[in-house]
Design a protein around this ligand. Structure first.
Ligand SMILES: Cc1cc2nc3c(=O)[nH]c(=O)nc-3n(C[C@H](O)[C@H](O)[C@H](O)COP(=O)(O)O)c2cc1C
Ligand code: SF4
Length: 490
């Protein structure tokens, strides 16, 4: 996890939770009707969080059902199911929706949430597409097997080592020479892209138009997203959230770093073209009362990335097009991720952009609490000033009733998303609503959960995963050392 220089530890913000009567009169617990006509019972929102509980084939498991059942018992206005893959690509224990065989399990999931929330929670599923990323290779294997030798390598080697005979040397000899170079020398021979592949693992970019499957993304993605949304309708979801945020394909189209030359990049118009086409295809594939929104970045927080002004342009375009909600996130990019160990893949939440995405308690002077609200609020106000009523969801360190209510009161947001606090205590929304906020188990923003996510291990919270292990119905992992679900609220 990246930490800023200051490393100031921020105590939890003080809170005086509302009485039941105050909660009933609050903005947070007032209903909101989306443009789709669907009403959320409250403005509380559990955003997408990958828990690593699906099968290796992306199917819903008992553990997936139990995980979301646990959140549903807290009866938030909405839950967004984790990033769920829309393609037939193996991606480990992440949920998938790229084929009809996934519908039955997902239907069980929607029924489970409906039962546990007594019909109160609206359930959306986040639809994701991602490009290929390889693990960081062993240096010798990269140079002997993966690197595609080009004439330029040959020329640079000749110059660098003053050995003109290398111009005609066989490939195997050239590779042997490459193996003898120091890291500094290698940097002079490899392109920036090749050096990144060697040091971080090869990663496809949306601007790799020379790769046929990347070139054709604009023609295949609208159909893939639309068919996935159709399956979400069949499975009984109330809506879908198009994942246009963080390190994945659609965010890379929106990114200021998108240099595609085919009309789907380079300019602001070009960058938002595919996200709009995907939305139109999805909208056309589902009934009007089915909710369709998108999650995208208020700021990419990377060198050369977009800031709030571009995000405002996206928000206006999405609102004009008729999206049912705009969910704002921040950062979470591969571009500034830490170098992974050999044999491991880069993780997009390890650099400064990851810090802004999931701000921890150890922080700079601003601290983690409601850290993105000013920027996100400005985007919402721009949407309103342009005459659109599209609801805006905010996220990032929403750690107390006061922060949530303040965001709604000031007009920073229409809906407040709280990921880690909901993970620390899935009942926290219900406790607030019932005037029992003093019983909330408060997230300490340690990012232990994010560390588990990074290692692709079952996500749990450090505040409860070692407690009450002997409870008769406790589901355990790691040889019985960690519980998988928050203990019951009694
Ligand atoms: C374990 C974990 C998994 C996450 N998975 C996703 C995801 O699948 N999709 C997504 O858009 N955001 C994901 N996030 C980001 C959260 O939705 C949220 O934006 C972020 O944690 C900031 O909110 P918070 O401060 O309330 O935790 C994840 C966060 C955590 C902690
Ligand atoms: S492990 Fe628990 S306390 Fe720590 S950040 Fe995650 S949810 Fe919060």
């Amino acid at each position: 996890m990246y930490l800023p220089k200051e490393r100031l530890r921020h105590p939890l913000p003080s809170t005086q939770p509302p009485s039941e009567q105050e909660a009933r009169a609050s903005r947070l617990f007032s209903p909101l009707t989306l443009p789709s006509g669907m009403t959320l019972q409250s403005r509380s929102w559990v955003p997408a969080m990958v828990p690593w509980r699906a099968t290796e084939d992306g199917l819903v498991t008992e553990q997936v059902l139990a995980w979301y059942e646990r959140f549903a018992r807290g009866k938030p206005g909405a839950i967004v199911i984790e990033a769920t893959g829309i393609r037939e690509i193996a991606s480990g224990p992440l949920l998938r929706i790229g084929d009809d065989r996934f519908i039955a399990g997902l239907r069980e999931l929607t029924q489970t949430v409906a039962r546990a929330s007594e019909g109160e929670t609206r359930l959306f599923i986040q639809l994701i597409d991602f490009l290929r990323i390889r693990k960081r290779p062993d240096r010798a294997r990269y140079l002997t097997s993966f690197l595609r030798l080009r004439a330029e390598h040959r020329e640079k080697l000749c110059q660098l080592l003053a050995q003109p005979e290398l111009m005609n040397a066989p490939e195997t000899s050239l590779r042997e020479v490459l193996l003898t170079l120091s890291d500094e020398q290698l940097d002079l021979v490899l392109s920036a892209r090749e050096a990144t592949a060697l040091n971080f693992g090869e990663r496809e970019l949306v601007s790799d138009e020379d790769l046929p499957h990347v070139a054709e993304l604009p023609s295949v993605l609208p159909g893939l997203f639309a068919r996935a949304a159709g399956r979400a309708v069949q499975a009984g979801f109330h809506g879908v959230e198009l994942h246009y945020a963080h390190a994945y394909t659609m965010a890379s189209f929106l990114s200021a770093t998108n240099q595609r030359k085919d009309g789907y990049g380079s300019t602001l118009e070009g960058r938002k073209r595919l996200p709009l086409e995907v939305f139109r295809a999805v909208r056309a594939a589902v009934p009007r009362e089915f909710t369709v929104g998108a999650r995208f970045l208020s700021d990419e927080v990377i060198a050369g990335g977009h800031h709030a002004s571009d995000a405002t342009a996206f928000a206006l375009a999405f609102a004009r097009e008729g999206m049912d909600f705009l969910s704002l996130s921040t950062g979470g990019k591969f571009d500034d991720a830490k170098q992974p160990k050999v044999g491991e893949a880069a993780y997009p939440y390890t650099g400064p952009s990851g810090f802004e995405c999931m701000p921890p308690a150890l922080s700079d002077a601003r601290g983690p609490y409601g850290r993105q609200l000013e920027t996100q609020g400005a985007i919402r106000r721009a949407v309103r000033a342009a005459g659109f009523t599209t609801p805006v969801v905010v996220a990032g360190g929403i750690a107390s009733f006061e922060i949530a209510e303040g965001a709604l009161e000031r007009g920073d947001a229409d809906l407040v998303a709280s990921a880690r606090q909901s993970l620390a205590d899935p009942d926290w929304w219900l406790k607030l609503r019932l005037g029992r906020g003093d019983e909330i188990r408060r997230c300490v923003y340690s990012n232990y959960c994010e560390g588990l996510d990074q290692k692709h291990r079952s996500v749990t919270c450090k505040l409860w995963d070692r407690s009450e292990l002997d409870q008769p119905n406790a589901q355990l992992t790691d040889g019985g050392r960690r519980r998988l679900l928050a203990p019951d609220w009694r």
